[in-house]
Ligand binder design. Structure first.
Ligand SMILES: Nc1ncnc2c1ncn2[C@@H]1O[C@H](COP(=O)(O)OP(=O)(O)OP(=O)(O)O)[C@@H](O)[C@H]1O
Ligand SMILES: [Mg+2]
Length: 603
């Protein structure tokens, strides 16, 4: 299902995600930021330590001009020199310490942010991923969390210590000479204005950069796995153009960002020049007038620098904060999505009853995909669902898995509604082999044992593999069960992948087995073997299977015929052959197809 969607153009999906992000950008709200801080368990003690170290460093910075003033005034004593050296040494040690503690804190933050998002992502409803590409979410869990983590280690401590040095030096310069101090204080609103404007610009640009970057990575990761398809249709040139489009879009915003950075840097330099000019002119005037010592002017000059640097630092951290505000909006757009509903309390694994669909209607978006569907899949029986493509067969299985909620009607297990059962126990009770077989990129053994709690005995894995008719081909590989399957089972044939998926489902030993075209790629012999296994397994279990092969369907105890979102008929093979036109047609068509196939083979 996902694969089909991936192969379609991802442009539309990208557009809808961009619209969402742009809406987030416009708001520039602090809510997501605060929500994230409250939700993620950050190492606050370590963050506090970073702030304290930075504060101490700020304190030493403020001390330094006091000693240098004495030195410049000629009051040079060895004690003074030693103290000055100690202050400088203290500053260097603190810088090194801060690097270590802040680095450690930042990594810890990164881990916590990522774990938090990962936990949230894995609990999102399936429907979320139909409108949002998982690939886009990867950038939120890596890049966005990285910048946030650094903020909560470095920037936050610089922010507080800058406020301290800024206020400290402001008080000190007013103590020195109020006229000089005034000439410096005038520049503060200018710096503030530049800083605030820069903050807003950075917020917007950074959001756009991140947006374009994820568009670009999304495009590449959508196309790269399907390069065979690109080659098959000779679309290399077209994809080259498409790729260049996203590369250029990303470069465009980066150019804009560099331009904005240069403009902000020019504004900063101009305000600095203005400030220094005022300081020199005022200094010259006051010294000539005789109301200021040269040494005091030098110390003042240093304090004024600290003041200015403090202000710059505050504004720089403010800009970082604004950038991270955007990251938080992007992250919380995912983390604030409600998790899968799980109101039930009953334990489904304790039940061994019939699975009932009672007047179930369902729509993915507008149009109903299921209309008043009713049937019973009895325990101890194999129930098959047949029908033309798009009739709603896979949707029925998705509803049984509770990936979606019915719009109307009920799904029941015994006397209780599905929603009354606790979700985890419900899914534990079901083994589902979807239409698109997905394997993880581990070994065959890892894939078969996936979904089992704790260590699984070798004997059980072998048994499941044998029942799924997978044992012989697995042992044919040099490494047997330790053979790596490649990305999504790329090193295996379609039929081999299916048999591993069947073994994986059988190992779960669940009471309800859902199979969606699970044997479609198997040869006749393997299919027969798996059918025998299912027949044996049906004892005490509920088996619901979707199949196109009529030979498989015929074996079922009960058959449901779906057409255009509705149940068209139900019964055994014989009953349906007698009274269901669609079923007869399906059987006839396949028999005809087979005969045609056989003829071709002979010629
Ligand atoms: N995730 C989805 N979002 C929107 N529409 C969907 C989604 N999945 C399926 N559909 C639509 O619902 C209808 C039923 O799809 P479903 O997959 O249940 O058909 P099916 O009977 O299993 O078909 P097939 O035999 O081809 O597997 C189709 O029209 C399909 O386009
Ligand atoms: Mg299907």
């Amino acid at each position: 299902m996902m694969t089909k969607r991936n192969n379609q153009s991802s442009t539309q999906m990208m557009k809808s995600q961009n619209v969402e992000l742009e809406a987030e950008n416009k708001k520039q709200s602090w809510k997501p930021f605060l929500h994230l801080i409250r939700s993620v368990k950050l190492p606050w003690l370590l963050i506090l330590l970073c702030i304290i170290i930075n504060f101490t460093q700020g304190y030493l910075t403020l001390l330094f001009p006091e000693y240098t003033e004495d030195i410049y005034a000629g009051n040079f004593t060895p004690a003074l020199a030693v103290t000055a050296v100690l202050v400088v040494l203290g500053q260097s040690i603190l810088t090194a310490l801060l690097q270590f503690v802040a680095g450690y804190t930042s990594n810890l933050n990164h881990m916590r942010f990522q774990s938090y998002i990962w936990k949230k992502l894995s609990r999102l409803p399936v429907s979320y991923f139909e409108d949002h590409e998982p690939r886009d979410l990867i950038s939120r869990t890596t890049q966005d969390t990285m910048s946030l983590s650094e903020f909560f280690a470095y920037s936050i401590s610089y922010f507080f210590s800058s406020i301290y040095t800024f206020l400290g030096s402001l008080v000190l310069i007013f103590n020195y000479d109020w006229r000089l101090a005034l000439s410096q204080a005038i520049i503060i609103p200018v710096c503030y204005l530049v800083g605030v404007i820069a903050g807003r610009v950075y917020f917007k640009l950074n959001n756009r950069i991140q947006g374009k970057l994820s568009d670009m990575t999304r495009y590449f990761s959508a196309v790269l796995p399907y390069l065979t398809l690109v080659k098959l249709f000779g679309q290399e040139n077209r994809e080259e153009t498409n790729g260049n489009y996203w590369i250029e879009k990303y470069a465009e915003v980066n150019f804009q960002s560099s331009l904005a950075g240069s403009a902000i840097s020019v504004a900063n330099t101009l305000s600095q020049v203005l400030r220094e000019l005022l300081l020199i002119l005022m200094g010259v005037w006051l010294i000539q007038e005789g109301s200021l010592e040269v040494s005091a002017w030098i110390a003042f000059y240093m304090y004024a620098n600290t003041l200015y640097n403090g202000m710059q630092m505050i504004m720089a951290q403010w800009q970082t904060l604004k950038r991270n505000q955007g990251a938080c909006a992007r992250i919380s757009a995912v983390t604030s999505v409600p998790e899968e509903a799980n109101p039930g309390t009953l334990d489904a694994t304790a039940e061994n009853k019939d699975l009932v669909f009672h007047n179930v209607s369902f729509a993915y978006q507008q149009n109903n995909v299921l209309n008043e569907v009713s049937f019973t899949a009895k325990k101890g029986q194999v129930t098959a669902i047949v029908g033309p493509s798009g009739a709603g067969k896979s949707t029925i299985l998705s509803l049984v898995e509770r990936f979606y909620e019915p719009k109307e009607g009920e799904i029941l297990l015994g006397d209780h509604k599905a929603s009354e059962y606790e979700l985890k126990s419900w899914r534990q009770d079901i083994a589902y082999i979807p239409q698109d077989t997905h394997l993880f990129s581990g070994t065959i053994r890892d894939n078969i044992a996936y979904g089992m709690q704790g260590k699984v005995s070798e004997a059980k894995i072998l048994e499941a593999a044998k029942k799924a008719d997978a044992y012989d081909f697995i042992m044919g590989f040099e490494k047997g069960f330790d053979t790596p399957v490649g990305e999504n089972g790329a090193r295996l044939s379609g039929g081999q992948r299916q048999r591993i998926a069947i073994a994986r489902a059988l190992l779960r030993d669940a009471r309800v087995l859902l199979l969606d075209e699970a044997t479609s790629n198997l040869d006749a012999e393997s299919e027969y073997q798996v059918e025998q296994t299912l027949k044996e397994l049906s004892e005490g279990r509920t088996i619901l299977l979707v199949a196109h092969h009529m030979d498989t369907v015929k074996q079922a105890d009960h058959i449901i015929v779906m057409e255009n979102s509705r149940v068209n008929g139900e019964g055994t093979h014989e009953e349906l052959m007698n009274n269901n036109e669609l079923y007869r047609r399906l059987v006839r068509l396949q028999a005809g197809g087979k005969l045609a196939g056989e003829k071709e083979e002979r010629t």
